[in-house]
Design a protein around this ligand. Structure first.
Ligand SMILES: C[S@@+](CC[C@H](N)C(=O)[O-])C[C@H]1O[C@@H](n2cnc3c(N)ncnc32)[C@H](O)[C@@H]1O
Length: 214
């Protein structure tokens, strides 16, 4: 049974409303940065609730199929829905969070309202000098959930290029995306390359990829 109750829904309604005022009050921060503009999705309470319910299923899938004794890095935290869903599940997963400098501010107020802290910051994953700053931990898993740099391309070469960037930081990647966002070519590569594919729900799957194999 979902742990997303009326209490969480009320909080998410407040969060959506606050984000509406945040964007309207700081238009430059959003209009001048195309990636930030996509946060208009977070003005809608229903969108937050759907995300939280999805993250809750992801947390339970990881608990059931990967385990609770490992260390996870959530790359591209945005609002902190995954971390919040983990809290609803009594913090059974040990999750550290990372956000890109360029998009750090745009969901900061949302994270504050949900009580989610960022552990690390990084520069652009597509740059040659990509770095997760001050990261001394080698994680068991880096979670790439709706992390669009991995799939916004026609072939698996971009997916592989981005995954390789995490070799210094984690043993495995957990790649989570809606099936329809992968091209046929990317899907075949993922099926061939991943150690495991775990069904989350409906159109959502997670792929576990051992980074040293890339
Ligand atoms: C659509 S959001 C997904 C947020 C969250 N994982 C979720 O599922 O709700 C994409 C995330 O990837 C990060 N991101 C996008 N492009 C990036 C890049 N080039 N370098 C580093 N991070 C990036 C964004 O900052 C954001 O946190």
């Amino acid at each position: 049974m979902s742990k997303v109750t009326d209490k969480e829904i009320k909080l998410l309604e407040k969060v959506a409303n606050a984000h509406l005022y945040e964007v309207m009050g700081n238009k430059d921060r959003y209009i001048n940065k195309p990636d930030n503009f996509s946060t208009v999705q977070y003005m809608n309470a229903r969108g937050h609730v759907d995300q939280l319910k999805l993250k809750e299923m992801i947390v339970r899938c990881i608990i059931d199929h990967v385990g609770t004794s490992e260390a996870f890095l959530n790359m591209g935290t945005a609002c902190g829905h995954l971390e919040y869903a983990n809290r609803l599940n009594h913090e059974r997963l040990t999750i550290s969070s990372c956000e890109w400098d360029y998009q750090y501010e745009c969901c900061e107020k949302i994270r504050d309202m949900l009580g989610i802290q960022i552990s690390y910051r990084c520069n652009d994953v597509l740059s040659d000098d990509f770095e997760i700053r001050d990261c001394k931990t080698y994680f068991d898993h880096v979670i790439l959930d709706r992390f669009f740099p991995v799939y916004r391309a026609d072939t698996h070469h971009r997916t592989e290029e981005v995954l390789k960037k995490f070799k210094p930081y984690a043993k495995r990647a957990i790649l989570i995306e809606s099936d329809g966002n992968w091209t046929k070519e990317q899907w075949s590569w993922l099926v061939k390359t991943a150690e495991r594919r775990i069904k989350i729900s409906g159109e959502w799957n997670m792929f576990l990829i051992k980074l040293e194999n890339l």
